[in-house]
Design a protein around this ligand. Structure first.
Ligand code: ADP
Length: 511
């Protein structure tokens, strides 16, 4: 077979039919329901204790901090009450030694000091006024309510959340390792150090970044109905949505049910959908997916995420490319000038090319290849040459790579549609209002829109990602062409800034 046919054959392995998509949606809804009933299920469906989403009219000055990896970010957010906000922020690298400190106090007192510096720099007047007043009345009890900044704490490590501002650290990841913090309430660890510095700041909410995305979108989105779902398609994938409280059966009688505010009858659920169908009962599977899974530190886990997100798509493409180069003698990246039998020297791929290294191909390359409509796929060939040491790729080579990249990206988008559709159907958002016409060509009113906020490089930069999602949605039973038109998808920026501030606001209102 020629190269074009071989590439077509590989691309076909990534096809995910309408029938398969529909089957997956049903299973997704089943796993969502199961996760609401009990703990220990494939999809965690974590209750967040956040029981309302904003509608854009919220006002006030709030703070947010984000501890997620290499940096600590401190922001203040002024919500203007008209779906807009202004944000001031500072960012500092976490010193390596504090990530592995002897005691959690060392890390958290560093964080509190950054908050103090931020307040002095950006809110000096307020800061000094409250400190002066405290000094004159010699009150140890602290500040007046109106002087206190409510703060949302985005903490991107596994925690068991037991209240809106309470969560126990399960384990550290990403290079952090401070034994005495494990099992402790991370909000309290931060609050204790804030109090030690006498700062007018209350840790009002513990924030998951996906929930922040939902809140940020709900504040900024057009319309007044609020956002249903916040979804991330970046390094990883996850979604958080608004669920009816009475469906969250696992909260009933639970130790923490007293911490639940029941006034809205709703609660945001963090699905942790990256682990949907780890059993592979409905997910597509190719030899490349299998090889990738084996290379990861957690084989058999996060199987949905491994077919969708930025961390993995580049590697799937790399495995397919290497397979074509090595095994099938298809002529991909062949070096016409070489007469050697050694695979490395019969190709135009340099021996030290990242293509030979696991995880060597970045997912942004898929966006480049898929979006390349230049003459002879010049852009792809230049990128291969410059970033991947492929020095004389032909236009046929680039076309073959583009075909496979496009198939991998399209499959990821269709899988993303599965998650979106399942949430829309499970929450019954398309059946109300009951009396609207649903013929394919019926125009859609603003108040019939179901709003979805998305964030992440894949959905932002991969060409046509949303179009592929929409194409799949139209074919899903329970959505259809008219339902697809009612789904509004918008980018939600800055979940860990404005989103976290909004959660602090909601928490403060409920307190
Ligand atoms: P995070 O999810 O960590 O907050 P991003 O949303 O920026 O951050 O996602 C980063 C991931 O997106 C990385 O895995 C990267 O390979 C991938 N990525 C970066 N740029 C692009 C692009 N232009 N197209 C597709 N994927 C991209």
């Amino acid at each position: 077979m020629g190269l074009a046919q071989e590439a077509g054959r590989v691309a076909a392995e990534f096809e995910y039919s309408d029938a398969q998509v529909n089957k997956a949606v049903k299973e997704f809804i089943r796993q969502m329901d199961e996760g609401l009933e009990k703990s220990g299920t494939t999809m965690s469906q974590i209750p967040t204790y956040v029981t309302a989403v904003p509608n854009g009219t919220e006002k006030g000055l709030y703070m947010a901090v984000d501890l997620g990896g290499t940096n600590f970010r401190v922001c203040s957010i002024d919500l203007h009450g008209n779906s807009t906000f202004s944000l001031t922020q500072s960012k500092v690298a976490i010193p390596r030694e504090l990530m592995v400190a002897q005691t959690s106090k060392e890390l958290f007192s560093f964080l509190a000091k950054q908050i103090a510096t931020f307040l002095q720099t950006h809110h000096g007047e307020h800061y000094h006024a409250t400190i002066r007043r405290r000094a004159t009345i010699h009150s140890e009890s602290g500040f007046e309510e109106r002087e206190i900044f409510n703060l949302g704490f985005t903490f991107s490590f596994p925690v068991e959340q037991v209240g809106i501002n309470k969560g126990k650290l399960i384990r550290w990841t990403k290079g952090f390792d401070i034994a005495d913090a494990v099992g402790k309430d991370v909000c309290k660890l931060l609050q204790d150090e804030i109090d030690a510095l006498h700062l007018p700041v209350r840790v009002a909410a513990l924030v998951n970044d996906t929930v922040g995305t939902l809140m940020a979108r709900s504040y900024t989105s057009p319309g007044k109905t609020g956002t249903l779902l916040g979804a991330i398609f970046g390094t990883g994938t996850n979604g958080a949505y608004v669920e009816k409280l009475d469906k969250v059966k696992k909260l009933n009688g639970a130790e923490n049910s007293a911490n639940v505010d029941r006034t809205t009858g709703e609660m945001i659920i963090n699905t942790e959908w990256g682990s949907f169908d780890n059993e592979l009962s409905v997910l597509p599977n190719t030899p490349y997916d299998n090889s990738l899974d084996k290379e990861t530190p957690n084989p058999g886990i996060q199987m949905f995420e491994k077919r969708i997100s930025g961390m993995f798509l580049g590697e799937i493409l790399r495995l397919a490319i290497v397979d074509l180069i090595k095994e099938r003698k298809t002529g991909l990246f062949s070096d016409d000038n070489s007469s050697s039998n050694d695979v490395h020297s019969t190709t135009c791929v340099a021996e030290n090319s990242p293509l030979w290294q696991p995880w060597g191909l970045d997912t942004s390359f898929l966006s480049i290849a898929h979006g390349d409509n230049s003459n002879g796929f010049k852009v792809t060939r230049q990128t291969l040459d410059k970033d991947y040491g492929v020095h004389a790729a032909s236009s046929e080579d680039a076309e073959a790579v583009k075909l496979i990249a496009a198939a991998i990206g399209k499959r990821a988008a269709r899988l993303s549609a599965v998650a979106i559709a399942a949430v829309v159907i499970a929450t019954d958002k398309l059946s109300a209002p009951k009396d609207i016409a649903t013929a394919d060509d019926t125009p859609v009113n603003e108040d019939e829109m179901v709003d979805i906020g998305v964030d992440g490089s894949l959905v932002e930069f991969y060409p046509g990602f949303e179009d592929y999602i929409r194409e799949a949605l139209q074919q899903i039973e329970g959505i259809g062409k008219h339902g697809e038109k009612r789904i509004r998808i918008g980018i939600a920026k800055d979940g860990s800034g404005v989103g976290a501030a909004l959660i602090a606001l909601v928490a403060d209102k409920l307190a």
